[in-house]
Design a protein around this ligand. Structure first.
Ligand code: SAM
Ligand code: SF4
Length: 472
């Protein structure tokens, strides 16, 4: 039988990355192998994001390019999945005549059947059905044969929070938690394939299990902490309103839970937080930051901020800058506010002009850059435990064929900082260290990464939290 190939293009968050892997594994059951380029593919799937307008535009511009490609390859099947598919449904078929399949965020399990129908009948299909309480499908991890050090594991889908700017509740549906047994099965299987770090995914992991009588999120973390062979656990995202006194001690008590939390604040102004329906105040947020640092002093804290929310005054924005100065985040994702048609904030008055939003974004990013760089420079001279991931991106693009002593390897600290480093060992010995914790002396700190040399390549006993010593 001739091989059939699928090419997946993923736009957006980690959830989409996870979903794309699930799509690939499901289509493997029909004999589809992953294509190395779009030109090789028989099926191209664009997994889309609609959180901001730019991501949606990206998807449509790619679909435009694919339509041109299809003119010379009539049997090419083009599918659109993810949040734009869920939001636009049928309209995508009208707008994009080259598209064969539109499938929503809950249709991944049905994909093999949908693709088979298109293969045999050359029909066009839309499946954006949503269940009020969907069961999260079992992962097909057992069928994987490639090995990776770090993987995402979805533990929840959807969101019940209704932040006024956000489209997620409309395109991902009601919050549903996956059963602990199913999560544990996936993690055990991943570890068997060589995975050493997992990142648990959910829009608000703190409310895991709450409406379904499952275990709590900290209880789930305790179970995962016992998995033999797993070195590190991470999770994202934590909603500040639900970050409770049951979760904070886990950073101190669970040896595999990395000391890093992504805690999106969105704004430093109580007036704006209220209009965003975030359900916490600036003071409550700062109190949680203090408790986290009291309990786990080495914890790294990162955040998301939206700049230019409707009605954000100069004084509101200054409060955001003040909060950033007070917390000194380890890293920050700052976004220009983007009107989303389904989100309630689209109807709010006092929209800010694009140049004002852009200027504010630039001021915020410049401020944060100083803190990130300062924190990274403070680590110069220290030794960090790095989970070795492989060759650095720069290395792969510069000299993919040559394996020599000047190779640059890469990995992350437990606090989620990227470290690129050299090693004195032979290339073969270095390759054997992929997936192991390596002690790296930090020689340089930049805005987005650290640079150093491996000095201790013996897998360390204990100390998995990752910071062996600090710079003086
Ligand atoms: N569930 C997570 C939470 O509550 O923080 C975040 C999910 S959202 C996919 C990721 C980030 O996108 C948000 O934290 C927010 O900063 C940003 N975002 C969401 N909607 C946005 C909008 N309409 N305009 C700009 N940024 C937005
Ligand atoms: Fe969107 Fe708010 Fe839910 Fe996060 S918590 S996904 S920002 S509605």
């Amino acid at each position: 039988m001739n091989s059939k190939y699928i090419y997946l293009h993923t736009i957006g968050c980690q959830m989409n990355v996870y979903d794309s892997e699930q799509i690939a594994m499901r289509l493997a059951t029909l004999g589809y192998e992953q294509a190395s380029s779009m030109a090789q593919a028989d099926v191209i799937i664009v997994n889309t994001c609609t959180v901001r307008a730019k991501a949606e535009q990206k998807a449509f511009s790619l679909l435009g390019r694919l339509a041109k490609m299809k003119r010379n390859k009539k049997r090419l099947i083009i599918g659109v999945g993810g949040c734009v598919a869920q939001q636009e449904g049928e309209k995508i078929l009208d707008r994009m005549p080259a598209v064969d399949l539109v499938f929503g965020t809950q249709a991944i399990d049905r994909l093999p059947r949908l693709i088979q129908q298109i293969e045999t009948r050359r029909c066009r299909i839309v499946d954006v059905d949503m269940d009020a309480a969907p069961e999260i499908p079992e992962s097909l991890v057992e069928s994987r044969n490639e090995s990776q050090v770090s993987k995402f594991v979805t533990i929840m889908r959807g969101c019940d929070n209704h932040c006024t700017y956000c489209v997620v509740p409309f395109v991902r549906g009601r919050e549903t938690s996956r059963k602990p047994e199913s999560i544990m099965r996936e993690i055990h299987s991943l570890v068997k394939t060589g995975v050493r770090e997992i990142t648990l995914l959910g829009q608000n992991v703190n409310s895991y299990g709450k409406n379904q009588n499952l275990c709590t999120f900290p209880e789930l973390l305790c179970m995962i902490n016992e998995v033999e062979g797993l070195l590190r656990i991470r999770f994202t995202t934590s909603h500040p309103k639900d970050l409770g006194s049951d979760l904070i001690p886990a950073f101190r008590d669970l040896d595999k839970l990395c000391p890093h939390i992504h805690l999106p604040v969105q704004s430093g102004s109580n007036r704006v937080l209220k209009r965003m329906n975030r359900q916490y105040t600036r003071e409550q947020y700062l109190d949680k930051v203090m408790k986290l640092r009291d309990t786990c002093p080495q914890i790294a804290i990162t955040s998301d901020i939206i700049v230019g929310f409707p009605g954000e005054s100069k004084a509101d924005f200054e409060q955001t800058l003040e909060l950033v100065k007070t917390v000194e985040f380890d890293g920050l994702f700052a976004f220009q506010y983007s009107d989303r048609p389904q989100a309630p904030s689209v109807k709010l008055p006092d929209k800010l002009s694009e140049p004002i939003i852009r200027k504010r974004l630039q001021i915020l990013l410049e401020l944060q850059e100083k803190f990130t760089r300062r924190k990274n420079v403070a680590l110069v001279g220290s030794t960090q435990l790095v989970l070795m991931d492989g060759l650095s991106k720069k290395q792969v693009s510069d000299a993919p064929a040559e394996i020599g002593p000047d190779l640059q390897w890469t990995g992350r600290t437990s606090t989620n900082k990227i470290v690129n480093f050299h090693m004195d060992e032979s290339a073969a010995d270095c390759e054997n260290l992929i997936g192991k914790l390596v002690g790296v002396r930090i020689d340089k700190g930049f805005s987005h990464s650290l640079f150093g040399r491996a000095i201790n390549v013996e897998p360390s006993a204990g100390g998995l939290k990752g910071v062996e010593n600090y710079a003086a």
